[in-house]
Design a protein around this ligand. Structure first.
Ligand SMILES: Nc1ncnc2c1ncn2[C@@H]1O[C@H](COP(=O)(O)OP(=O)(O)O)[C@@H](O)[C@H]1O
Ligand SMILES: [Mg+2]
Length: 276
């Protein structure tokens, strides 16, 4: 199966350009506190979650969506958040992405507390540092595929070139189609290209294959894997499908508003090697 971003890795010009403009692993090492330990480089922490709780007040009832989550996410890692419906996965991802705020606790990005960001810093964080991919694509219906991607591209100081992204998602020749003229899988690929075009440090994906058939889901997951590897960008993906856990470097098992345990995959699988 051709999952597209192979093209980007093989195109010397594209690779050079994006690597020069992208965030290299060492660039922010000092700010991150991810210092090398006696001869062995420790991966830099990009996100640190400490004591995060979230309580939703529903008229009379309090819903404890998160009950004190602590975790670290490293630069360039592929993390799968796995858990049953209602366990708090989306709440955690939204808080990490700065689109929801915790009731208590902190999220730090490259050593900076995003809860202490001024409004403009937070806007910049959401616009530039993180990219979101949702289950239902959220494309603007009266913009074409390319225009949807360009919307996000225009937000970034350091975007990825749109042409190779469209090739990467295998949508050459369909750039001018509107979302209603595209299949679910194609729409999700456009949504992924839109998120990637900002060249975010962290890609946050909430059940990105939840509305897709198996084969299309695998393709979308492989796109995310390829992006993670070729650009050395952090990817966090939510699923309730334990098979998908096999493609992650680490799996955070979320249960009742907590990370119940974290498992490490020494040799994460390719999406094409997974089935469910
Ligand atoms: N905006 C909200 N208002 C009230 N309750 C919410 C809201 N968002 C989530 N919840 C509740 O918080 C809990 C965790 O939800 P969520 O993070 O969406 O779980 P998951 O993504 O794992 O399915 C659930 O009980 C859910 O009903
Ligand atoms: Mg959810």
């Amino acid at each position: 199966m051709d999952t597209g971003f192979g093209y980007m890795g093989n195109d010397a010009k594209t690779t050079e350009k994006t690597e020069a403009g992208g965030v290299s692993a060492g660039k922010d090492a000092t700010a991150l506190g991810g210092a090398a330990v006696a001869g062995k480089a420790e991966p830099a922490v990009i996100i640190e979650v400490a004591g995060v709780t979230k309580v939703y007040q529903m008229s009379e009832v309090q819903v404890h969506a998160l009950r004190g989550v602590d975790c670290r996410v490293y630069e360039g890692e592929f993390v799968v958040l796995l858990g049953a419906s209602g366990s708090g996965k989306s709440t955690l991802l939204n808080i990490i992405g700065g689109i929801d705020v915790p009731t208590a606790g902190t999220v730090t990005y490259k050593g900076r507390d995003i809860g202490a960001f001024k409004e403009r810093e937070l806007t910049n964080y959401r616009r530039k540092a993180v990219g979101f991919v949702f289950q239902f694509y959220n494309l603007v219906p009266d913009l074409t595929a390319e225009e949807n991607i360009r919307l996000a591209y225009d937000l970034s100081d350091d975007p990825l070139p749109i042409g190779p992204l469209i090739e990467g998602i295998d949508m050459v020749g369909r750039e001018d189609h509107f979302p209603s003229q595209l299949s679910g899988g194609q729409q999700q690929r456009v949504a992924i290209a839109r998120a990637l075009s900002k060249n975010p440090d962290i890609l946050l994906c909430d059940e990105p294959t939840g509305a897709l058939d198996f084969a299309t889901g695998i393709q979308v997951l492989q796109l995310l894997k390829d992006f993670n590897r070729q650009y050395h960008k952090t990817v966090m993906i939510i699923t309730h499908n334990s098979s998908i856990g096999q493609i992650g470097d680490r799996v955070f098992h979320i249960k009742d508003g907590l990370i119940d345990r974290i498992t490490v995959n020494e040799s994460p699988k390719e999406a094409s090697e997974v089935s469910w």
